[in-house]
Design a protein around this ligand. Structure first.
Ligand code: NAD
Length: 477
């Protein structure tokens, strides 16, 4: 670990930031070869240390399923890296933009330029993916990057700091420490762009701090993402897909289905089917290596509180495994739990769950599900299950969310050609693939005027030329 970043952490960070910013101003336009080299070095950080990252993350979680780290972190990063490497030349090429008739034969070009220094604040739940995926977009766009990982994954954060420092100069890509002082001071630095992934509560603080510098932000926040089961849905299929979407990373996934709205008459049957699928996938043994632990005792206690509150308020609690086995707590694994017949007033419906607890609520008619979603903050994700295309399109048209997967969960996130981001309280801005390149670039419009067209010369004395131009414009419109 870099000693300078551990003694007076905030001061050291400020100095590192200003050094990086000075370099970004001295060398504002890294060429294709430099950017590809940075992407290749980033790839080697992940590829050469894959197993170490898997282990560090697992230590931080108590247990993190190794396959989940592979599919939801490293594979996603390799795919982003491959895609950016392949398309970077095309992305960097100034784009032709049409020129209005009266200016021809002049030309318009949209020229992507690096913004300078991008700051990234990351959460703990997918610590590798959520630190490095925005970094890929930022360095592809020619920026320099400072990353603040989460204090809840200290082993991972120290390893990221060590391995990045081996391959990058501190003015190219830098990983900060995880001290509280650094977290609080980070968003006040005058970054050229700031990416924050985390809770809506902290997102507000970050937006406020960034706003004071007029730093543009991409906010990747959380919230309650609904799954709507239409009357036309295949309940078995929906139950399987929702069970998996919910239990990946033990529900500690920003786009996990947070709760399910299901036609009242199918509620009990559906909840039973989800329970059966959860048991089939993850068994009943808390030592099961496929099932991930909860990140901390505090988070565990919060989930226990949500379930106890629901039980107190009369919901039926369904669990595939015996929850009173002390090994669940010893492994800090939370037994998958359905809250069948949840109601709006229960604590589980007041906050993002972020764990393997799934409230299931009954609806009497399809419009009720739409109204339920629209009465709340705009969700990060929405899932719709069914075969009735008209009902599907109605939900798509009348709800606004960060993204949607139809007849499954999570998969819109993995589409490299689609942007990932929230809307309203679930976030602002987006990245992934070319969307990331664009987010982290200034797309500068450049107008190359032509020697041969004097139409736009509107200098005084105006005489009759304005009238002639006006006539022409009216004729053309
Ligand atoms: P969090 O908001 O508690 O912390 C996120 C990061 O912010 C951490 O690095 C933390 O140290 C830092 N931080 C804390 N206080 C800060 C401050 N005052 N100024 C600047 N930074 C500060 O979130 P978390 O618990 O780490 O992550 C869980 C949340 O993240 C959930 O709400 C989840 O939905 C959301 N999330 C969203 C996405 C997405 O892509 N939209 C992805 C993953 C997680």
């Amino acid at each position: 670990m870099d000693k300078s970043l551990t003694n007076a952490p905030l001061q050291a960070l400020e100095e590192a930031f200003h050094a990086m910013r000075a370099r970004s101003r001295d060398e504002p336009a890294p060429d294709l070869a430099q950017r590809l080299d940075r992407l290749a070095r980033l790839r080697s950080v992940v590829a050469d240390n894959e197993e170490r990252f898997r282990q560090a993350i697992s230590v931080d979680f108590g247990h993190r399923c190794a396959v989940e780290t592979t599919i939801a972190e490293t594979m996603l990063l390799f795919s982003e890296l491959r895609h950016a490497t392949k398309h970077l030349r095309a992305w960097m090429t100034p784009q032709r933009v049409a020129t209005a008739l009266q200016f021809l034969p002049a030309r318009n070009r949209l020229m992507p330029q690096p913004l300078g220094v991008v700051g990234i604040i990351a959460p703990w739940n997918y610590p590798l993916q959520l630190t490095l995926a925005p970094t890929i977009g930022a360095i592809a766009a020619g920026n320099r990057v400072i990353i603040k990982p989460s204090e809840l994954v200290p082993h991972f954060s120290a390893l990221l700091q060590e391995t990045v420092a081996q391959r990058f100069d501190a003015t190219e890509v830098l990983i900060t420490g995880v001290e509280d002082e650094v977290a609080k001071g980070f968003a006040s630095l005058p970054f050229d762009h700031l990416v924050f992934t985390g809770s809506t509560r902290v997102g507000r603080l970050v937006a406020e701090a960034a706003g004071r510098n007029l730093t543009p932000v991409t906010l990747e926040l959380g919230g309650k993402s609904p799954a709507i089961i239409d009357a036309s849905a295949d309940l078995d299929e929906a139950a399987e897909r929702i069970a998996y979407g919910k239990l990946l990373n033990a529900g500690q996934t920003c786009i996990a289905p947070d709760y399910v709205l299901v036609p009242e008459r199918s509620l009990q049957a559906f909840a039973e089917k989800v329970r059966a699928q959860m048991r089939r996938m993850f068994g009943t043994d808390p030592a099961n290596k496929d099932y991930t632990s909860i990140i901390s005792d505090r988070h565990y206690a919060r989930l226990e509180g949500l379930v106890a509150d629901a039980a107190r308020h009369g919901a039926k609690i369904l669990q595939p495994a015996k929850p009173d086995d002390p090994n669940w707590k010893a492994h800090r694994k939370f037994p998958p739990t359905l809250i069948a017949g949840a109601t709006e007033t229960m604590a589980a419906m007041q906050e993002e769950i972020f764990g393997p607890v799934l409230p299931v609520l009954g609806t009497r008619e399809p419009v009720e599900a739409i109204a339920f979603v629209n009465a709340r903050d705009r969700p990060l994700a929405l899932y719709w299950f069914g075969k009735d295309a008209a009902a599907r399109d109605e939900v798509l048209a009348r709800t606004v969310s960060g993204g949607v997967t139809v007849n499954d969960c999570l998969f819109h996130f993995t589409q490299i050609n689609q942007p990932m981001g929230g809307v309203g309280a679930s976030g602002t801005g987006a990245y992934h693939g070319e969307w990331g390149f664009r987010t982290f670039s200034k797309l500068k419009p450049v107008f190359y005027r032509s020697r041969f067209n004097r139409l736009a010369d509107l200098y005084p004395p105006y005489g009759g030329k304005i009238a002639r131009l006006e006539k022409l414009m009216r004729f053309m419109s």
